[in-house]
Write a protein of this length. Structure first.
Length: 255
């Protein structure tokens, strides 16, 4: 068992230590991880669906502040991790626990900012030709719309492909980084660092798992959008299942 730092002496971990996972590796059981997520969802399906509806309404209302959704979305979605882990540990919980992600607001905001920074580093250079020749692009759009469209298509395709690759990489890292912030109580930089070190041990399996979880979430969109109230909570818990299968049930009271 591992204690992460002196400020969390009341928290112990029933899974392997982070260093052990990094040095010795682990077996990622795709089916077991998915089963863990499904069983958690099934345990309180109505509660997870109801919370997602409430969270979605809060996010929609926050749009009036423009930056509101960017600030509160991650803490709200962290509620699935918190309650899901409590169910997995067979601990008591209440609806208020869904909002426990706001106690980790700082690290989650740090993670979001780091994610945006990485995205800009990889994607922004692809837009530089358009920025450097902005006046020429405006003139082309006015004089030859078809040539302008071809120029946009030729320039955007590499950007799209690079964004797609970066997005896949971030999805794999997020499988572990977000729970390490919310459940493991790590800082954003610590969580990303450990997530990268541990995820690369089974990168391709975790990438496939992330892709399947994304398909689960998208299934609700195909079901006339109403299905998202079922599919998105399930997808969040399926992703949590990967963390729990590898790391164990996370922080528990010593008692």
């Amino acid at each position: 068992m591992e204690i992460l730092d002196d400020d969390r002496q009341n928290e112990v971990y029933d899974g392997p230590s982070l260093a052990t996972l990094e040095s010795e590796g682990y077996v990622f059981d795709f089916g077991k991880a998915f089963e863990i997520g499904w069983n958690i969802f099934r345990e309180n399906m109505g509660g997870f669906i109801g919370y997602f509806f409430v969270a979605l309404m809060i996010i929609i209302v926050s749009c009036i502040t423009i930056i509101g959704p960017f600030l509160i979305s991650m803490p709200l979605f962290a509620g699935f991790l918190i309650v899901g882990t409590k169910i997995y540990r067979k601990e008591a919980y209440s609806f208020n626990d869904f909002f426990g992600g706001f106690s980790r607001f700082g690290p989650l905001l740090g993670y979001f900012l780091l994610y945006m920074l990485v995205s800009m580093v990889f994607v922004l250079p692809m837009f530089m030709p358009f920025i450097n020749d902005f006046n020429g692009m405006i003139e082309m759009a006015q004089n030859d719309p078809y040539a302008f469209q071809r120029r946009i298509n030729d320039g955007m395709m590499p950007t799209f492909l690079l964004s797609f690759v970066v997005g896949l990489f971030v999805q794999v890292i997020a499988l572990f980084a977000l729970p390490l912030i919310v459940i493991g109580k790590l800082s954003a930089s610590e969580a990303i660092g450990w997530a990268f070190k541990i995820a690369k041990k089974n990168f391709w399996w975790l990438l496939l798992y992330s892709f399947v979880a994304s398909l689960v979430a998208q299934a609700g969109v195909m079901a006339c959008y109403v299905g998202i109230f079922f599919s998105i909570p399930l997808a969040e818990l399926v992703k949590l299942g990967a963390y729990l299968q590898v790391f164990g049930s996370g922080a528990k009271n010593r008692d």
